[in-house]
Design a protein around this ligand. Structure first.
Ligand code: F6R
Length: 599
C-alpha cells in the first residue's frame, strides 16, 4: 500500500529529515519505490525504484537542508511496474507542482487521453500523473495553487489521498476520498501522512481527515474544508501509541489488522470492474483475452484454495475447469495445448512452484493469466495477461486479505470467461465488503476460540463452494496455532476421518444457503453430533443447522459466493484468537516464509 508523508515547518526543522524519517516508518506498509519533493521557490524531486535505502544513499541530503516544506511517498505499484519514472512524486511539465497519491484514479485513462490530445507528454505509466498535469493546466489558465488543486481533484473518480507542493507557494494542499489521510499538529509545524507512524516521532496530536475533505497546511496554520470550500471544525486527538504499535495501527498483530482491512481490500478489488446497474463485469486488464477452454488453475497453499473456489465457479457456469497443486503440475502429463487457458493464482507472484508450472504451460503453447497482488512480479511479467487482486501489501506470513481478494478477483474472472448471466453474482459481490464489515463488527469468534483452545484437533467441513473454505480454515488453524487441523469435503467425513471425531475435536461446518448441498452438509453435521463432537456452525441461517450445533458463527444471508467469503472471515478470526490464547508468534509462524522461492 502506498504511503504519504508531508511537512510544513516554521524553520526549526529541516523538511528532508522529517520526510526521510517518515518514509522509513512507512516501510512496513510494503512498497517498491520511494521519492521526495522539497519546495523552496523551486521544486527538487528525487525518486528511486527499490528499497528506501536506494533513495537515501543517492540523495543530496545536505543540499536539501534549510528547506522546510516537502512531501514524500512510498509506492506500491498498481499502474505500471516499479521504476524510477513511475515512482512518486509526479510533476507537471513545467515543474510547478509535485504530487503524491495513494489509491486508484478510476477515470485516469479518459483524463490521460484528454490531456495527451492537448499536447501533454506523460513520463510515467501511472494513473497519478494525470493529477499534476490537471493542476498545471489550471495554473496555466491563471488559477492560484489552491484553486488549481481543487479543480484537479474535482475531476477525479475513484479513491485517493493526494498531497501537492508548489514551487510558488509555502503551503501543502491535500485531499482525501476513501484513502486515509491524517494531519499531525506539532510545535514546529504541521505534518501529513497516510498513517500516523510517519510522524509519531514528532507529534502525537492528530486530526483525521474525512472523505471529501481538503486540507491546507502552512507554516502558521492548518485549515480543513469540505468539498464546497466551507471551513469545517476539526477535533485534535492525542494518540496513545508507541512507534511499534503505530505500525500496526493499534492492532496487536498485523494478521488482525489485515483481517480488518478486508472490506477496504475488497472494495479496491471491485472498483471500476462491476457495474451495478447493468450487472456486468469489465476487466480492463483482460480486454484482449479470448476465452478458451479448458481452464487449468495452478497454485499453492492458500492460493490453491482460492483456485479451487474459482474452478468451482467456472464449472457452475458451464466452463470445464481443473485445479492443480502447482508442485504437481506436469505439462507433459496433463492435456495442455494452445486452446488451454492456464491461470496461476499467486499473491506474491514469485512462488517457485507456481512459476515453474506457468513456465511449462507457456512452453506448451497455452495462454496464461496471472492472478496476483504484485505488479511487476515474475508471474505478472511472464504470463500473457495479469489480473491484479489489489489487496495492498500483506505483512503477516499467513494469507488473509489476499485470499478474500483472490476469491473476488476469481469470481470476476469466472464471469469474464463464461456466457452465463452475471446478474446474481454482481449484485452479491457489491454487498460483500459491507457484509464482511458486519462479520468483523459482530463476530463471536474470540469466545469460541477461548472455549475450544485446548481441543485435541480441529476439523472443518463444507461442500461445493464451501469445500475450499473448509480447507482454508484448517490451513490457517495449523499455520498459526501449530495445532492439528484438517479440512474435508463434508461428504468424505464418513469415509474414514470420522474415526478421529471425538468429544475433544470440534467440527466447524460451513453451511451457506438452503440448496441441496447445504442440506446434505446438515446431515453430515447430524452424524458428527451423534458421535458427541462439538459442532460450530458457520452459517447464514438458511437451513436448520443451528439446531444441531453447539455454537454458531453467523454470516449475513446471501449466496454461495458471498457466503464463502464471509464464512472464511469467521474462520480466520477463530484461528487468530486460538493462536492468541496460545501465545503463538502469529505474524511470523515457525518454519514458514511469506514468499516461497524454492521448489
Ligand atoms: C498460507 C500461505 C501460503 C501461500 C502459498 C502460496 O497462509 O500464505 O500457503 O498461499 O505459499 O503463495 P503465493 O500466493 O504467494 O503463491
Amino acid at each position: 500500500m502506498c504511503g504519504i508523508v508531508g511537512y510544513v515547518g516554521n524553520g526549526e526543522t529541516d523538511a528532508i529529515d522529517v520526510l526521510l524519517n517518515g518514509l522509513s516508518s512507512l516501510e512496513y506498509r510494503g512498497y517498491d519505490s520511494t521519492g521526495v519533493a522539497v519546495a523552496n521557490g523551486a521544486l527538487r524531486v528525487h525518486k528511486r525504484e527499490g528499497e528506501f535505502s536506494a533513495l537515501e544513499s543517492t540523495l543530496p541530503t545536505e543540499s536539501l537542508r534549510g528547506d522546510s516544506i516537502g512531501i514524500g511517498h512510498t509506492r506500491w505499484s498498481t499502474h505500471g511496474p516499479p521504476s524510477d519514472a513511475n515512482a512518486h512524486p509526479h510533476t507537471d511539465s513545467e515543474n510547478r507542482v509535485a504530487v503524491v497519491h495513494n489509491g486508484i484514479v478510476e477515470n485516469y485513462q479518459a483524463l490521460r487521453d484528454e490531456l495527451t490530445a492537448e499536447g501533454v507528454d506523460f513520463e510515467s505509466e501511472t494513473d497519478t500523473e494525470v493529477i499534476p498535469h490537471l493542476i498545471g493546466q489550471a495554473l496555466s489558465a491563471g488559477a492560484a495553487p489552491e484553486t488549481a488543486f481543487r479543480r484537479a481533484i474535482d475531476r477525479l473518480e475513484g479513491s485517493y489521498a493526494v498531497a501537492a507542493v508548489f514551487a510558488s507557494s509555502d503551503e501543502i494542499y491535500a485531499a482525501r476520498q476513501e484513502s486515509p489521510l491524517v494531519l499531525g499538529i506539532g510545535d514546529d509545524g504541521y505534518y501529513l501522512a497516510s498513517d500516523a507512524p510517519a510522524f509519531i516521532d514528532y507529534t502525537d496530536r492528530v486530526v483525521y481527515l474525512e472523505d471529501g475533505q481538503f486540507a491546507r497546511l502552512s507554516p502558521g496554520e492548518f485549515v480543513v474544508t469540505d468539498a464546497n470550500g466551507t471551513v469545517v471544525d476539526t477535533t485534535v486527538e492525542t494518540l496513545e501509541w508507541d512507534a511499534e504499535d503505530a505500525g500496526k495501527s493499534g492492532y496487536d498483530h498485523y494478521m488482525l489488522k489485515e483481517i480488518n482491512e478486508q472490506p477496504t481490500a475488497l472494495r479496491q478489488c471491485l472498483r471500476g470492474r462491476v457495474d451495478g446497474l447493468s450487472s456486468t463485469v469489465e476487466l480492463a486488464e483482460l480486454a484482449d483475452l479470448e476465452p478458451s477452454w479448458p481452464v487449468q488453475f495452478v497454485a499453492c497453499g492458500t492460493s490453491y484454495h482460492a483456485a479451487m473456489f474459482g474452478a468451482e465457479l467456472l464449472r457452475e457456469r458451464g466452463v470445464p475447469a481443473q485445479t492443480f497443486l502447482a508442485s504437481e503440475y506436469d505439462a507433459d502429463r496433463v492435456l495442455v495445448g494452445e486452446s488451454t487457458l492456464v491461470v496461476g493464482v499467486t499473491q506474491s507472484g514469485e512462488t517457485a512452484d507456481t512459476m515453474r508450472a506457468l513456465r511449462e504451460a507457456n512452453r506448451a503453447g497455452a495462454r496464461t493469466v496471472a492472478v496476483t497482488n504484485t505488479v511487476g512480479s515474475s508471474a505478472a511479467r511472464e504470463c500473457d495477461h495479469a489480473l491484479y487482486i489489489r489487496a495492498g501489501p500483506e505483512i503477516c506470513v499467513a494469507a488473509t486479505k489476499t485470499f478474500a481478494s483472490q476469491q473476488v478477483a476469481l469470481t470476476l474472472l469466472a464471469c469474464r470467461l463464461s456466457d452465463a448471466s452475471t446478474h446474481d453474482v454482481v449484485q452479491a459481490l457489491r454487498d460483500v465488503p459491507d457484509q464482511v464489515q458486519h462479520v468483523l463488527d459482530t463476530s463471536r469468534a474470540s469466545e469460541i476460540a477461548a472455549e475450544y483452545v485446548d481441543s485435541d484437533a480441529f476439523f472443518f467441513i463444507g461442500r461445493g463452494h464451501q469445500y475450499p473454505v473448509a480447507l482454508e480454515g484448517a490451513l490457517k488453524m495449523k499455520e498459526i496455532t501449530y495445532r492439528h487441523a484438517e479440512g474435508f469435503a463434508a461428504g468424505e467425513l464418513k469415509h474414514g476421518p470420522m474415526a478421529l471425531v471425538s468429544e475433544e475435536t470440534p467440527v466447524f461446518a460451513v453451511v451457506i444457503g438452503d440448496g441441496e448441498r447445504a442440506h446434505k452438509t446438515v446431515s453430515n453435521v447430524k452424524e458428527v453430533e451423534a458421535r458427541d463432537a462439538p459442532v460450530v456452525a458457520v452459517t447464514d441461517g438458511q437451513t436448520d443447522v443451528e439446531r444441531y450445533a453447539d455454537r454458531v458463527l453467523k454470516v449475513p444471508a446471501s449466496n454461495d459466493v458471498a457466503g464463502a467469503i464471509t464464512a472464511n472471515v469467521q474462520l480466520q478470526l477463530v484461528s487468530y484468537w486460538v493462536a492468541n490464547e496460545l501465545g503463538r508468534s502469529i505474524d511470523k509462524p515457525r518454519h514458514l516464509a511469506k514468499s516461497v522461492t524454492v521448489e
